[in-house]
Design a protein around this ligand. Structure first.
Ligand code: BGC
Length: 809
């Protein structure tokens, strides 16, 4: 299957005229977009602009505001999208230069910002309006300050690139910056987009203010205006590092290959790398961001008992405006046998609003178990175990990773084995590589070393055979209906035991197309009761929609702040509140399962879907993801976090083999998912297209069955990303395609056809079941149990918006 076939898109033009929105959802979206805005520089308190400030706005993005990224995660039909120019005028709090605004408005109309029709070929930026020096000088004469807006977009199937107009500025943008900073006394730059881009130029122009407005959804323009005018303080803190140069990122040189990407940096992802080996290469550190007041964070103690460590700090607002600070706690673990980064985020919390002079005592708990490291090499004598090595665990508290200072430590005298697991998803011995480890030079300073990555020692085939699920026997007496299961008068297994192989197989496929007639127009697909035979037995369909930043349907729906914007608030409670209201909109519009949150780690700044994802850090990702799931699921619906796992690049995403040590996999790439599963029990999870150590996500027994279900206790259903590469099971010749998938524990192929161009039901499950030594009845029942278990517990209602029956295939 080519990437082209995976690039499904369907006409999602708004089919109705109902543009009404829930005012509470809108208010929350606006507040969250503002809270996620990250102020990186504020010389001489240039911001907020005082009332009545005369402002000149430059850059077409003031009008053509980037509200979201491209692809399934951005393809919502919002009832409107605000932009900065209109929002500042609407605010009435500043005076926007009319002449310049009119010039931009006329030019933007003549040169529309058109993303185009072709999937994956969207523009990463839009050309700038040229301005002559006189016009800029005249504008400087009329105004007190300038705001320059730079916009960037990337998306699904569309990574950013190392070129002007994507990671770098264009010549036209450079020209604009030099004209404006040459003429104005005060200049503020706003970067509106979803990816980390090069900001080295902020050192070269005399800029007073630098602010990141992460794609904030339909209320993003208003949110940015709120922040600029001081109606709201910028509440965001960076969830990824801005390095001085792209080449300084540890992933640089190991990103974007079509076939193989080795994660050589191992656990040294993002700030874990920079703080340990190259602090001088950082421009804006992880966790940084300014508000409109100042805070003093004074550590007041570190207390530990058997299970928990409590880090305490007193936070005082020392400025003259009210404000709300994020307190961040980083751990420095002892480097014994296992390399440890100098800093790893261990806890964080927001103070809530503090008046000038006011203090708050913060108490941040950390479970010892969450500090353990996974020994994939047996270096500590405990291979495949989470361990706490002996030594001093130091805790650093502060505003960001760089300024956090030592608050105290706790010593462990003997190594503790926290959890003994089993090797899973390890690197194929044929694909070994060298990973970064921590060494020290003659002065004791950290230095990069390399060591061979441990490789697989166990037989996957044997593990699978040893653990094949048993089939359940039919009950004595009448066949129960699914209604009886719902009423509680029949057991789920009794119902499952009466399903025929055909019915069981049908439960392992979604409806054959996106935009299933069983649900509202523009849905992403249906699962569950997708055949008439199943529906006759009372099995209802469930309707999925993208996600994550809004409901992707033909009808209008709210476009919410992107994942990075939400994570940048460092406020999971507020994310949960927003997502609960979002869930209510899902119910109204006919979505049962939201295909989100996007939980992959922002490993490299160029990944096109970084806007959907939360952070380079798994704790921020895990807690923000859990908040989104909890919010949606509090409304009796389901969330489907994705893409499990390692979808860290879009280029050839269904081809690339991610090679990663088991330790980095568990501690970085799976960790966010693990925390999210633990804290929010999602009803569903979506696999990724890519391979992980040689096995595609949708065939990955170890990821799904050994780790997700076996270790983490996940009980929901697992679905593929939309269509999948067909393949033969290398260990079991009788199994192919969906037979291979179901054996791995991936319950549902979405949508249930061979591929997007051919809406014909795939028959891999039945064929693999009928073959000698094929898929067992027990395995098919197990998949059915996950699907029906979800349907019975949640009772999806989205089919009430259905438009008719599907012709049987
Ligand atoms: C994307 C998923 C999305 C699905 C359905 C896939 O191409 O990778 O994130 O949920 O399509 O639109």
């Amino acid at each position: 299957m080519t990437d082209g076939l995976l690039s499904q898109s369907f006409t999602s033009a708004a089919a109705d005229t109902d543009r009404s929105v829930d005012p509470d959802l809108v208010a929350r979206a606006r507040a969250m977009a503002a809270k996620g805005t990250v102020l990186l520089r504020n010389e001489n308190d240039v911001l907020p602009f005082t009332a009545g400030t005369r402002l000149a706005l430059f850059g077409r993005i003031q009008k053509d505001w980037i509200a979201v990224g491209y692809g399934s995660g951005g393809d919502v039909n919002p009832p409107y999208v605000t932009n900065l120019l209109d929002s500042l005028r609407e605010s009435g709090r500043v005076e926007v230069d009319l002449q310049l605004a009119q010039q931009y408005e006329a030019w933007c109309e003549q040169n529309p910002a058109d993303p185009g029709e072709h999937w994956g070929a969207w523009p990463r930026h839009y050309p700038e309006m040229p301005l002559d020096d006189d016009a800029v000088r005249e504008a400087a004469g009329r105004n007190e300050a300038a705001v320059v807006v730079i916009g960037r977009a990337a998306g699904e199937d569309r990574d950013a690139e190392l070129a002007g107009g994507s990671y770098y500025l264009t010549d036209a943008e450079h020209a604009l910056l030099s004209q404006v900073t040459g003429a104005f006394d005060r200049t503020v730059v706003i970067v509106d987009g979803g990816n980390v881009i090069d900001l080295s130029w902020t050192e070269n122009y005399p800029l007073d203010g630098v602010m990141i407005a992460w794609a904030g959804g339909m209320e993003g323009g208003r949110a940015t205006a709120d922040v600029l005018t001081g109606a709201v303080e910028p509440g965001g803190r960076l969830t990824a590092t801005f390095a001085r140069r792209y080449q300084d990122h540890p992933s640089a040189g190991h990103f974007g290959d079509a076939d193989v990407t080795a994660y050589v940096e191992d656990v040294f992802v993002g700030y874990r790398y920079f703080e340990t080996f190259a602090p001088e290469k950082v421009l804006f550190p992880f966790g940084s961001g300014l508000g409109y007041t100042r805070f003093d964070i004074k550590p007041t103690g570190v207390h530990a008992d058997e299970g928990t460590i409590l880090v305490r700090a007193r936070v005082t607002n020392t400025g003259d405006r009210p404000g709300d600070e994020v307190v961040q706690v980083y751990v420095h673990k002892p480097s014994g046998e296992l390399s440890q980064p100098l800093r790893a985020l261990a806890a964080f919390g927001r103070t809530g609003e503090l008046a000038p002079g006011e203090s708050r005592e913060m108490e941040l708990p950390i479970a010892w178990a969450d500090l353990a490291s996974y020994d994939d090499a047996g270096a500590t004598g405990h291979r495949s175990a989470y361990v706490l090595e002996a030594g001093s665990y130091r805790f650093h508290v502060g505003h960001d990773v760089r300024s956090a200072h030592d608050a105290g430590g706790v010593d462990i005298t003997e190594l503790r084995v926290v959890q003994q697991l089993e090797e899973a998803a390890a690197v194929d011995p044929a694909h070994g590589f060298e990973r970064i480890v921590l060494e020290h030079d003659e002065n004791g300073d950290p230095r990069i070393g390399y060591a061979p990555v441990p490789t697989r020692t166990t037989s996957l085939k044997q593990r699978i055979l040893d653990r094949l699920p048993e089939a359940v026997d039919p009950p004595v007496g009448d066949e129960p209906t699914f209604e009886e299961v719902l009423e509680g008068t029949a057991g789920l297994d009794d119902f499952i035991a009466t399903l025929t192989p055909r019915e069981l197989a049908d439960l392992t496929y979604g409806d054959v197309t996106m935009d299933s007639p069983l649900g509202a127009a523009g849905n992403a697909g249906a699962l569950g009761g997708v055949s008439r035979a199943l529906r006759d037995r009372g099995v209802i369909p469930a309707i999925t929609t993208d996600g994550p930043s809004g409901i992707r349907l033909s009808t209008h729906a709210s476009l919410l702040p992107c994942g990075t914007a939400l994570a940048s608030t460092w406020d999971p409670q507020a994310v949960q509140g927003l997502c609960a209201r979002h869930g209510q909109e899902m119910s109204r519009k006919g979505s049962d399962i939201l295909l989100g949150p996007g939980m992959n780690i922002q490993r490299d700044p160029l990944c096109g879907r970084n806007f959907e994802y939360f952070s380079e850090d798994p704790l921020v990702s895990g807690l923000t993801g859990a908040a989104q799931v909890n919010g949606i699921q509090s409304q009796g619906l389901a969330a489907c976090p994705k893409h499990f796992a390692c979808n860290n690049q879009e280029f050839k995403r269904s081809q690339v083999d991610v090679r990663v040590s088991e330790r980095a996999l568990r501690e970085i790439y799976l960790r966010g998912f693990e925390l999210m599963v633990r804290e929010s029990s999602p009803w569903a999870i979506m696999t990724s297209y890519n391979k992980i150590n040689g096995v595609w996500g949708h065939y990955h027994y170890d990821l799904i069955t050994s780790i997700l279900r076996g270790e983490w206790g996940f009980t929901g259903l697992v679905m593929t990303d939309w269509w999948m590469r067909m393949a033969q099971d290398p260990d079991f010749p009788a199994l192919h395609d969906s037979g291979y998938r179901v054996r791995a524990g991936v319950d549902v192929l979405m949508p249930g056809s061979i591929h997007s161009q051919q809406p014909v039901r795939d028959e891999g499950v039945l064929e693999s079941h009928r073959a000698q030594d094929g898929l067992t009845l027990g395995e098919m029942q197990e998949a059915a149990r996950h699907v029906l278990g979800y349907l019975a517990a949640v009772r999806p209602q989205g089919h009430r918006m259905g438009r008719g029956e599907r012709e049987e295939h």
